[in-house]
Design a protein around this ligand. Structure first.
Ligand code: DGT
Ligand code: CA
Ligand code: CA
Ligand code: ZN
Length: 591
């Protein structure tokens, strides 16, 4: 399952992925090819569906879909209706955890994995690496020296990439564990530390911290948690485990007196810690994970401890205002904290709506009315822009001029109907218009001028040289009808690198032309990156925190996006979509 579906329920792509994976796992276990092929056929059939999958299931019409047999159909139904599939869970439990890691290596399909397991007893990356290095893999029939070399390269690449995880996957796995730890009667305090607490855009491992008088009891309880798949190390105060999907976690258990110091140390970043220690030493003190000590040497001597009950008190002892975890990256926060000049950061509850979103007119899930009612009635937002794809994004069912005009009509009608119930909310009209390879836009200016919001984004020709790409985007920035640039670099974290673009040049152009820049808060994107916002804001460029929603549940990304903005040091006045509907409309009219 992808991390998004863990948060927000099943969509057809998730279901197809699971079917595909079942086929692969069965094949690795030596199931007959007819059976395994049935699963990949079923996956194809689900991917090609033209109607919403949940409707087909609810109306019992899945049996009319070609490519699904009765057994695969029942599994799809179970998945859609319950969000779970026992057959799949059992199958995963029967598979050695190392096999999932091997499956991530490019070029190793189920047949090869099966051969490795049967002939060389390989069920982990470590064993695979040793076998390759000793030349045993090359000797297997169907492998050869070239394949062996490619496998070794794949193992290296995997170390670089999949050792990290997306933030939403990490939160989805960490949250129930934090709750379970907090529920234990011997837990005094419990927090997540590390990069997840700092809302780093990708996460290496999880770091849990508990203060307790009974570390043994907490440790025994932790390793028995449902989420823990394998114990890697079990010491008295530190435990390392492997969780679902190969995510690693450390749990540290400390006394309650040590807790604030350990929390500060294990929250990091490393660079932030180094500067904290330096500042402590300057004051004749020693700071480490156990405490702050009146000492010139490294020590843990409790009689020298400067008592602090919270992290706030540690910062205060060092003459600093409290620095929130998001900002602990040693990128200027100390200078600000010292002078009492830390910004008052944006809170996610200050966001009043998102200005880049899709509906079922292009590749989104819900109708205009379902979207409006959800955002207004469930989330209490003030506005929501519908910016479906333009015609060149045909793979996303982009709208042509005629459909867009019809959509605008429909949004106006819907707004006047909604206004009768409650006039505090409006759907805004818009488009996410493609910036074509030559820098022109996919719609004419006349049409763009009629819309409330125009997001201009690159969705094609990603391999242009930097200069060409930068000029391409800047041509869009210069167009007075363009409200903002969407996902500036096109990066997909851990999947696809950013295309080559001079981001500072684009920022400068935005400053000159009054064009806004989006902080796309889909956890796969977080684009523009938090490191660049200070520069942008210093140039007077406004940020828009958009969730690029393709389903109503994606509104939850706004919270993660706000944390990215906090990492960047943004205040609510730097972010356009904290404005009220009336003020936003004034801004839209004047830009
Ligand atoms: P990650 O896991 O790669 O996403 O990043 P972090 O920041 O969670 O790093 P991790 O899990 O290796 O360690 C957690 C924190 O512990 C880290 O943010 C700072 C602290 N820490 C770990 N190793 C060192 C070190 O060698 N020196 C210092 N000063 N702090 C360290
Ligand atoms: Ca970590
Ligand atoms: Ca760690
Ligand atoms: Zn979009």
């Amino acid at each position: 399952m992808t991390e998004l579906s863990m948060l927000f329920g099943m969509n057809p792509q998730d279901v197809a992925e699971i079917l595909e994976e079942i086929g692969v796992l069965l094949e690795i276990q030596g199931e007959n090819p007819f059976k395994t092929r049935a699963y990949s056929n079923a996956a194809r059939a689900i991917e090609k569906l033209e109607e919403p999958l949940d409707a087909l299931v609810r109306e019992n019409r899945l049996k009319d879909v070609r490519g699904l047999g009765s057994s695969t159909r029942e599994k799809v139904e179970e998945l859609v209706l319950t969000g779970n599939l026992k057959f799949y869970e059992d199958l995963k439990a029967k598979t050695p955890p190392g096999i999932f890691e091997i499956m991530e290596i490019p070029g190793l399909g189920p047949k090869k994995i099966k051969a490795l397991k049967e002939n060389l007893d390989i069920d982990s990356i470590e064993k695979l690496k040793i076998a390759c290095e000793s030349g045993k893999v090359a000797q297997l029939s169907g492998f050869g020296a070239k394949t062996e070399k490619k496998i070794l390269e794949g193992i290296e690449l995997r170390k670089e990439f999949s050792a990290r995880h997306s933030m939403s996957a990490a939160w989805a796995i960490a949250t129930p564990i934090i709750e379970a730890l907090r529920a234990h009667e011997d837990t005094l305090r419990c927090e997540i530390a590390g990069s997840l607490r700092r809302y780093k855009e990708t996460i290496g491992d999880l770091d849990f911290l508990v203060s307790t008088k009974s570390p043994a009891a907490i440790g025994d309880y932790f390793v028995e948690l449902e989420a823990v798949k394998k114990v890697l190390l079990k010491g008295e105060t530190k435990i390392s485990v492997l969780l679902d999907r190969g995510i690693q976690a450390d749990l540290r258990m400390v006394s309650d007196k040590e807790f604030p110091f350990a929390l500060n140390y294990f929250t990091g970043s490393k660079e932030h810690n180094v500067e904290m220690r330096r500042r402590a030493i300057q004051k004749g003190l020693r700071l480490n994970e156990y405490g702050l000590f009146r000492s010139k040497q490294e020590t843990r001597d409790q009689s020298l401890l400067v008592n602090c009950h919270t992290e706030e008190e540690i910062y205060a002892q060092l003459g600093l205002d409290y620095i929130v975890p998001e900002m602990r990256e040693d990128r200027g926060e100390f200078e600000d904290a010292e002078k009492g000049q830390l910004p008052r950061l944006i809170e996610w509850t200050e966001i009043r709506g998102s200005l880049h979103n899709h509906s079922n007119w292009s590749d989104g899930r819900e109708t205009l009315e379902e979207i409006a009612r959800f955002m207004r009635d469930e989330l209490g937002l003030s506005y929501w822009a519908i910016t479906d794809h333009s015609k060149s994004s045909f793979q996303a069912n982009g709208l042509d001029e005629e459909r867009l005009r019809r959509q605008v009509e429909e949004i106006r009608k819907l707004n006047s109907a909604l206004r009768k119930e409650d006039d505090g909310f409006e759907l805004l009209t818009g488009t996410e218009v493609d910036i074509l390879p030559d820098g022109t836009l996919d719609f004419d200016d006349d049409l763009l001028a009629e819309l409330d919001v125009v997001v201009a984004s690159v969705h094609s020709s990603f391999t242009q040289p930097e200069k060409k790409m930068t000029e391409r985007i800047i041509s869009a920035v210069k167009n007075p009808n363009v409200t903002m640039v969407g996902h500036l670099t096109g990066r997909l974290l851990l999947m696809r690198k950013a295309y080559a673009v001079d981001q500072k040049a684009v920022i400068d152009a935005c400053a000159k032309h009054g064009t806004w820049i989006e902080l796309n808060c889909n956890p796969r994107r977080f684009d523009m990156d938090w490191r660049l916002w200070r520069y942008a804001v210093s140039k007077g460029v406004k940020c828009v925190i958009n969730c690029d929603a393709h389903a109503n549940d994606h509104a939850a990304f706004l919270r993660l996006g706000a944390h990215q903005a906090r990492k960047a040091g943004l205040r609510s006045k730097d972010v356009i979509n904290t404005l009220s509907l009336a003020d936003l409309k004034k801004e839209l009219a004047s830009t």
